[in-house]
Design a protein around this ligand. Structure first.
Ligand code: HEM
Length: 306
């Protein structure tokens, strides 16, 4: 009997990924949605008109996921972030961000499974999603680790500003774009620093992949646009007039998205980041020695300036 659930889940997963592949084929052979018509008519945000943004108030439930918090802040799901049906999420995620129905079915199912709840019958409060080492994990790009700051409800703005300041791409109008390489480099920094500062640090391969998936998700859905990403990550607000940058008819599938996740994860090189920091420190010491005269620089002064 104990084998029935894993077997059913395995069958469900095969079905979801087969469905996903079919959706990607439809995407390839059908024209994209027209600009200005990505969010379907009749849905919140159609024509770029998002329901009013209201920042969370005392007692509201919020979580580690900026995309879900933003939906609550705009009233697309309950504004207090409580008693949300798992079963309402697929349609709402699909309409809001244009993730493919395969993705928007799979992820809330995974969350329900993680919380040992029924996808079809149960509800959740956003804060429940924060279950540590469920989907939530250490070395995130937008939150301090749970071991450092227990509540995952609010973004850690300095991380986000630093990430966005590292954007190395440009669109045709010269606007700053975040690239997969930028995400990889900042993820390496976060992993090295979190490992060094969080005594409870842990990051299994599955959670590394979740981290790269989340980052690749917002990168893709927001087309790397730094202004839009800043709004969703810092204020957890959908920009006025915004629509998903994914215009594919069936939305962003795993089939299209997984290569980006792979590229981001493969590009995360903690050793390279550590070597860069060591080289910068050595260059600083060398500069100080030149400024002070090779023999005059006291070791304490060098250490203090490091
Ligand atoms: C029901 C659907 C979803 C669930 C259950 C969910 C769950 C989560 C969880 C648990 C985290 C924390 C991961 C960490 O510790 O870093 C997270 C972070 C995040 N999610 Fe979601 N998410 C969902 C949908 C989405 C969607 C549709 C997007 C993109 C538009 C998205 C974008 C993000 C981003 C940008 C982060 C922050 C990653 C970081 O700080 O490194 N999520 N999500």
């Amino acid at each position: 009997m104990f084998l029935v659930t894993p077997v059913l889940r395995a069958i469900q997963n095969v079905a979801v990924f087969t469905w996903d592949f079919g959706l990607e084929i439809v995407n390839v052979v059908t024209p994209k949605r027209k600009v200005g018509h990505v969010t379907p008519e009749g849905e919140p945000g159609a024509g770029g008109n998002w329901p009013e943004y209201i920042a969370p108030k005392e007692g509201d439930s919020r979580c580690c996921c900026p995309a879900l918090n933003a939906m609550a802040n705009h009233g697309i799901i309950s504004r207090d972030g409580k008693n949300i049906k798992f079963s309402e999420m697929p349609h709402k995620l699909n309409a809001t961000y244009n993730f493919a129905p395969s993705f928007t079915f799979f992820v809330p199912n995974l969350a329900a499974h993680m919380l040992k709840k029924s996808f079809s019958k149960d509800t959740f409060d956003l804060a429940e999603i924060d279950l540590h080492n469920g989907i939530e994990h250490d070395a995130s790009l937008t939150r301090e680790d749970t071991g450092i700051v227990a509540s995952q409800a609010k973004p850690h703005v300095p991380f986000i500003k630093e990430l966005l300041a590292s954007a190395s791409g440009k669109d045709e109008d010269g606007n700053a774009l975040l690239t997969p390489k930028d995400i990889s480099e900042y993820s390496a920094k976060r992993r090295v620093e979190a490992r060094a500062t969080n005594p409870d640090f842990s990051l299994k391969l599955a959670h590394k992949l979740v981290g790269s998936s989340n980052a690749s998700g917002f990168l893709t859905i927001f087309g790397g646009r730094v202004d839009d990403i800043e709004s969703i990550l810092v204020e957890e607000r959908i920009p006025d007039g915004w629509e998903s940058r994914i215009r594919k008819r069936k939305g962003l599938t795993f089939a299209a998205f997984n290569p980006v996740v792979y590229k981001v994860e493969r590009g995360i090189d903690e050793k390279k980041y550590k070597a860069k920091v060591a080289a910068e420190a050595a260059a600083t010491v060398a500069d100080l020695k030149v400024e002070g005269g090779e023999d005059d620089v006291a070791d304490e002064e060098v250490a203090a300036k490091r």
